[in-house]
Design a protein around this ligand. Structure first.
Ligand code: ADP
Length: 474
């Protein structure tokens, strides 16, 4: 493996998690080992000390009953059975006179085993020590205890057996720790790999998308919730991006097809005026026509932007409490002169007060567009009506007219951008009103449905769930 690869591996989450697992396992094992090690050691020493105390109490008793000779005999009898390497006994006075001693040739200088100061001072009856003996590999445990006036018995016992036992324990542990390290590293690698597999799936999908496969989605398996959430959010984000791209593509197509004709008209006006000699009034008319065409172009661009922004979620509806009855009345007031001009009956059927949480401006534009269409596509003498009511927890606003109607073949297409039915081409319009109304309605969780009979009339019904929470629609 090259150095570069090793450096890269070092920075991966997989490597770090593996090391972390192995580290935690090893550290815990070492801690457990030391806890056990010291416990065994201290239990062994405690047992030894208890045995010492038992012995000492027996010797003290013998001393008080039969004097020094009795103890010496007993110790000698016992010392014969013991290895002098393993144990020694010594009886010594406070002045340092050795009254009795077993063979101490293997125990270094006898001066080394002086009577502890605490005993001399009479502060305690016995003292335990663990000592390192010169020339020997293992330590020894020593007890010095008063067994008679001014007389101290010292018993020394090698800790060889205990230490050897602990050495075996240590070497077993070292073997065990290597196994634990390898096992925990493997386990860590396995667990981290499992956890990261789904993350890799997200990365793989992201890579595919960056190469242009926008329809790819993260395959969500039934595994860790966090990863599932990440994948789910990622997929939602991708849906949004795809919608955005789709809308942008549509906007591009629309610009190509539908902005071309107004631009061609502007160019035509200018060209005609350039070709012939014209009066100043002709130029003024030309300028007025160009301003009109430009206004219509700006209107088209703005409306397209509004639709794209609302559909892609960039522009979110801002909800507030709205009296729908009032909002519709205001719109009807504005359109009344237009209806009067065409001698249309304009009827309104509404409850006194209809409260709804919605985006005021968007609702106003939606109502205006639908009302405008109803009036525009209804021939003189006809009638237009607006009904608003609540029904099954839904707010419904119905725009009905007795107009030219829409054919069954056109109905599925009228909400497309720039789509205009042939029959209506004589009327002014750009074919964006219904697309905008639909985008606004859907942004507020609403729908628009249409029923129409050719030459009889149409009914557009906008429905919203009545209870929207105040605030911004997510
Ligand atoms: P426009 O600017 O052409 O009115 P819209 O998007 O508002 O654009 O409407 C799309 C098309 O749907 C219209 O051109 C028209 O053919 C048809 N349409 C809409 N509303 C009505 C209606 N009330 N009656 C008949 N046709 C309608």
């Amino acid at each position: 493996m090259s150095l570069e690869k090793i450096i890269k591996l070092k920075n991966t989450l997989l490597f770090r998690l593996t090391v972390l697992y192995a580290g935690i396992f090893t550290l815990s094992s070492v801690l457990i080992f030391f806890a056990i090690y010291f416990k065994i050691h201290s239990v062994a020493i405690k047992d030894m000390d208890e045995e010492f105390l038992d012995e000492i109490s027996q010797y003290s008793e013998n001393m008080s009953r039969g004097g020094l000779e009795v103890i010496v005999t007993k110790i000698e009898e016992m010392a014969e059975l013991e290895d002098p390497n393993e144990e020694f006994y010594r009886i010594i006075t406070f002045e340092g006179e050795v009254l009795f001693s077993t063979n101490m040739s293997e125990w270094g200088s006898p001066d080394f085993y002086d009577i502890p100061e605490a005993i001399r001072q009479g502060e305690t009856h016995h003292v335990f020590n663990t000592l390192k003996i010169q020339g020997r590999d293992h330590k020894a445990r020593l007890v010095s205890a008063v067994i008679g006036p001014g007389t101290v018995l010292q018993i020394g016992e090698a800790l060889e057996e205990t230490e050897e036992y602990l050495d075996i324990f240590l070497s077993w542990f070292l073997i065990l720790i290597i196994i634990v390290m390898v096992f925990s590293a493997f386990l860590g690698w396995f667990m981290a790999r499992r956890a990261l597999q789904d993350m890799e799936e997200v990365t793989k999908t992201a890579t595919e998308i960056s190469n242009g496969a926008y329809d790819k989605r993260v395959h969500l398996r039934d595994q860790y919730e966090e990863i599932q959430r990440l994948g789910g959010t990622f997929n939602i984000m991708l849906d949004r991006i795809q919608n955005l791209l789709q809308s942008m593509r549509e906007v591009n197509d629309n610009i190509a097809h539908d902005l071309r004709s107004p631009l061609a008209r502007i160019r035509g006006i200018a060209e005609i005026n350039l070709m012939n000699r014209k009066t100043i009034d002709d130029y003024k008319n030309m300028a007025a026509s160009i301003v009109e065409e430009c206004d219509s172009l700006i209107d088209i661009i703005n409306t397209m932007m509004d639709i794209t922004e609302i559909e892609s979620g960039i522009n979110k509806p801002e909800l507030e409490e709205i009296d729908i009855t009032r909002l519709i009345h205001d719109a009807v007031e504005i359109f009344k002169p237009l209806a009067d001009e065409k001698r249309l009956r304009l009827n309104v059927h509404m409850e006194d007060k209809l409260i709804f949480y919605g985006d005021r401006k968007k609702l106003q534009r939606m109502v205006s567009n639908l009302l405008d269409n109803a009036i525009k596509y209804t021939p003189e003498g006809g009638s237009v009506s607006v009904t608003a009511l609540t029904e099954n927890a839904m707010l419904r606003i119905v725009f009905e007219d007795t107009g030219i109607g829409i054919s069954d073949t056109d109905i599925p297409r009228i909400f497309e951008r720039f789509y205009r039915c042939d029959k209506s081409r004589s009327q002014g319009g750009i074919g964006l009103g219904l697309s905008l109304a639909k985008a606004f309605a859907e942004a507020m969780h609403g729908t628009i449905r249409v029923k129409s009979i050719l030459n009889r009339g149409s009914a557009f019904t906008v429905s919203f769930p009545e209870h929207q929470s105040p605030g911004t629609v997510s």
